[in-house]
Design a protein around this ligand. Structure first.
Ligand SMILES: Nc1ncnc2c1ncn2[C@@H]1O[C@H](COP(=O)(O)OP(=O)(O)OP(=O)(O)O)[C@@H](O)[C@H]1O
Ligand SMILES: [Mg+2]
Length: 367
């Protein structure tokens, strides 16, 4: 068993507050991912959990017990860094066993664990090589192996794949998922790659400026972002946001006037969006349907199209230059310089946000 609770956790470096009070509960066996822009505090939070940084206020609990005052080696955790941090003068076998020798684990037990980790991570052919004679992916597997042999309660990963090339990242991502399935440990994983987050996580914590904006299952974040930040951060290309005013309310529906021109109807509004209120209309690029100019809710002046074969991106502007992106399945005949219409009201996958950025609609029906 290994649960992890963060209760009002804060961190300051001198006079600078970096983590502003984070509450999170990670359940046993959960693969939890921290995502967020550079500098938002992901590594700091992970290092606090690891015991490599002190906690300025609040409480960290592992299996319900406070660990704030426990040293890193007493918490039963193992951390894997982006930089691998392998010992260059030691063989792979020595790199794997060194930490266990230090804490005086019996020789046979060390050999058993090293053999098992090497088999699991397909490192057997390289056990007698030094890290300098391994590829990046092999080195990262050694770094992961070094965590595995410690049989930690919780694994902590800080961007473990970001030094690998794109193809290897995809392969290692699948291997990490398989490792989690096999071991069943609680894992906390930091990345700013949202594909990694979406594919690996049971739940994702979206961090921004030292605060947790939303902690939820990947598709829940995608379909029902709590606010504009999460809506813009999850999904690529990012969601189109259009400033608007509520022109009329009719039960749960609202008719909006877009600042850039055009009118849109939004269904299933739950938050307060009174007539006259300033709001932001949101629609993901894949839900922008293109029609003939004048036949949609607003017209778009196309600047550029990109044809990827299987799908196409159409980049343009509405009104006085507000940028919009549409993502279409297959190939498109639309070209730069044309004007097309955008059918927005027909989509059920539209979003609405208040002046404070909070969602005024309980998610979108995407399925
Ligand atoms: N030892 C330190 N002293 C002062 N400020 C620090 C220290 N370590 C980190 N910070 C600051 O804390 C903030 C969060 O840093 P952190 O490394 O946790 O971000 P991150 O989300 O991991 O970013 P990245 O995605 O770039 O790795 C940053 O503004 C950083 O400058
Ligand atoms: Mg970091």
């Amino acid at each position: 068993m290994a649960t992890l609770d963060l209760v009002g956790v804060r961190k300051s470096f001198g006079a600078t507050d970096v983590i502003h009070g984070i509450d999170l509960s990670v359940v046993h066996g959960e693969f939890c991912v921290f995502v967020g822009p550079s500098g938002c505090g992901k590594s700091t939070l992970l290092r606090m959990i690891a015991g490599l940084e002190s906690v300025s206020a609040g409480e960290l609990r592992i299996d319900g017990a406070r660990v704030n005052e426990l040293g890193a080696s007493e918490r039963g955790l193992a951390m894997v860094f982006q930089s691998y941090a392998l010992y260059p003068h030691m063989s792979v076998r020595q790199n794997l066993s060194f930490g266990l020798e230090n804490i005086r684990v019996a020789r046979e037990e060390i050999d058993r664990r090293v053999a098992e980790a090497a088999r699991m991570l397909r490192l057997e052919p390289y056990l007698d090589r030094r890290p300098g004679a391994l590829s990046g992916g092999q080195r990262q597997r050694v770094a992961i192996g070094r965590a595995v042999v410690r049989e930690p309660k919780i694994f902590l990963f800080d961007e473990p794949l970001s030094n690998l090339d794109a193809e290897l990242r995809v392969r290692m991502r699948a291997e990490l998922g398989a490792l989690h399935d096999r071991l069943g440990n609680t894992m906390i994983y930091v990345t700013h790659d949202q594909v990694e987050a979406m594919t690996l996580a049971d739940r994702i914590a979206v961090l921004r400026d030292g605060r947790c904006e939303q902690f939820d299952r990947p598709l829940e974040l995608y379909n029902a972002p709590a606010n504009m930040f999460v809506a813009g951060f999850i999904g690529s290309p990012r969601m189109n946001f259009m400033p608007a005013k509520v022109a009329a309310r009719d039960g749960a529906a609202a008719t909006l006037t877009l600042a850039a021109g055009g009118r849109v109807r939004v269904e299933a509004v739950t938050g307060s969006a009174a007539e006259g209120a300033d709001v932001t209309f949101g629609v993901r690029p894949e839900h922008v349907k293109l029609v003939e100019a004048g036949a949609g809710d607003a017209d778009m002046h196309v600047n550029l199209t990109e044809q990827l074969g299987g799908e196409s991106y159409v980049y343009g502007t509405i009104g006085d230059g507000h940028e919009v992106t549409a993502r279409l399945p297959g190939q498109t005949r639309v070209r730069g310089g044309e004007t097309v219409g955008m059918a927005l009201s027909k989509s059920t996958a539209t979003y609405l946000f208040g002046k404070d950025g909070r969602a005024l609609k309980r998610g979108a029906a995407n399925a």
